[in-house]
Design a protein around this ligand. Sequence first.
Ligand code: HEM
Length: 435
Amino acid sequence: MKGSLSFFLISLVAILLGTCRGGELRKHFYEETCPEAEDIVQKIIWENVALNSTLPAKFLRMHFHDCFVRGCDASVLIDSTASNSAEKDSIPNQTVGGFDVIEEVKTELEKKCPGIVSCADIVALATRDSVSFQFEKPLWEVLTGRRDGRISLVSEANSQIPPPSFNFSQLKQSFASKGLTVHDLVVLSGGHTIGVGHCNFFSRRLYNFTGKGDADPSLDSTYAAFLRTKCRSLADNTTIVEMDPGSGMDFDNNYYKILRQNKGMFQSDAALLTDNGASNIVDELLDPAKFFTEFAQSMERLGAVGVLTGTSGEIRKKCNVVTIVIAGKATELISQHVMMVKESGKFSKTAEIADCLTSSQIRGRSHSLTLRRMWTWLPKIWIMTKRYNVPVATGVAGRGIDIPDVAHVINYDMPGNIEMHTHLIGRTGRAGKLV
Ligand code: HEM
């Protein structure tokens, strides 16, 4: 009995982990709903890369940055608004580009099959197709079925995308927090075989490594002298330098060769040689065939980090804006705003909402509670003042309840479809008040 219970629990954990990792991603997810989707993406991406050879590096970095914040949910594509600073405005994303090309693909797909193909899948496919352009065939398989997130916070991008100053244990921890191994870390760092770095991300290694006007001793001194001819001062934040000298446009395993010569551009590159296990993996990847096989596998794992699938999230209409669901005829009357807030331990659990929702609320009477319980999502101006009458309702309680004199409805979780939206905003919203 004990044995079967343990087996049940282990299976349950395995199923749950499986869900977090890969969800329901599968090959050719759009086969039935939009059979041309993958061809359309490839065509537009290849046309653009033919005109602009810097795009593969841009998409590869964009995909990595997307997947490291809230999973691969295209949150990196969302624009900031008056009430929200989005991931795009974070320090690491200032130099990410290619957003216009993603939008071009999305526009075309919306014409062919409206509301079907997610922006998150477009980023994953665009990355694969752009990097594969030089080989004229796909370098790795992209499973599809991702959905788009509705939250994008600058603070999360700043804290979750690893900076180039990270040492090995910080990198290992960062990747582990996304379910990725040291092996993935070393293999995916091989992405630095293409593209450029801005001087300000590595010039401390050239001019002031320990604060005494010195250079990083782990950087090859001839290469450091060369880099100083490019980056003339610590203040230079505009000059760009190829990360894989002489081979920065070719997707190959040359990164590991230069790494072994102590010519990795960032401290985070050099850090891979400071751990025996990681350093052994660097040696293995000096074999090109091994690199291509391993890179393909690690990209699939990266592309599955924290994905939203099934009915989670949404399929955005435009990749740079979260869709506000249109609520029927009264739409023109309703003023709708989206406010993104970081989930707080204090108010993240449905149980806590249900706790506030006393039976009196279900009977339709408004319920008084202190605002401190709700501080995570009410506008700051309301915090810590006095007691207000604030009715709190779960989705179930929200159905059909008419509470007079309610001026605002705040949906803590954005509903994914019009029906649910209409239920949740209730008569308040449909009467043209603020949602
Ligand atoms: C391991 C931790 C990583 C760190 C600390 C890191 C850091 C950086 C930094 C600082 C830049 C230069 C950005 C600029 O100057 O504009 C860069 C560029 C780049 N990174 Fe990473 N990166 C890491 C991992 C990855 C991974 C996993 C990938 C993809 C698989 C990747 C792909 C790229 C590419 C392609 C570029 C060039 C972008 C361009 O030319 O526009 N990086 N990275």
